[in-house]
Design a binder for this molecule. Sequence first.
Ligand SMILES: [Zn+2]
Length: 243
Amino acid sequence: MKLDLLAIAAHPDDVELSCGGTLLQMAHSGYKTGILDLTAGEMGTRGTPEIRATEAASAAKLLRVSWRGNLGVPDSDVQPSRQHKLRLASVIRQLRPKTVILPYWEARHPDHYHASTLGYEGCFLAGLKQLPLDGDPHRPFKILYSTVYAQVRPTFVVDITPHFEQRRRAILAYSSQFRPGKGEPTRKFKKANVFLAIDRLEDQMNLLARHFGEMIGVKYGEPFLVKELMQVRDVVNMDVRSI
Ligand SMILES: [Zn+2]
């Protein structure tokens, strides 16, 4: 399968929360999109890996991605090791994405910043001809870093306004993370304080998407950073009003 856009992140639901609207917008534009989760999220306080896998599959459908896979890296131990990089490079060779979305390279959770490095280095290795791997060499043309949780100024923001509601549904597909399970008393979870209450999650989703949307004069947006400068072909027809 050949993808136009592949989003890579550490845990199932990371992609939904950081760039789900962008994946929807690109699928809407006719591009083939995909998601690679590095871990199964087995260290998550709530839910089991099996539940998370079912939820990830439902979310993938809602985000209209053509492919979703899991690299099988142990949760809480994402490292840019040679073994993981080669496995990632092999997936890149199979999927041949033109653009890849990675988490920003600084974060609170070590899995998130290691996912950034592992993602970049795996993409780089995939292009090396002499690598002892099956498949033709392939290196993505563009790497975008999702900066929704980073304290940095993004390079650009994608307008996700038409897809905000669908992205919300995809995030809420991970219900085991946010609600007590069947037969589990709500009180117990309130006491343990281990799950992000649904109203808090909704607030956070709205606030961040509104904040970045506001920066470009639309309702909802998702921010990204690229290391290279952006080239502009037409300075007469540019988005986002200056005054
Ligand atoms: Zn995560």
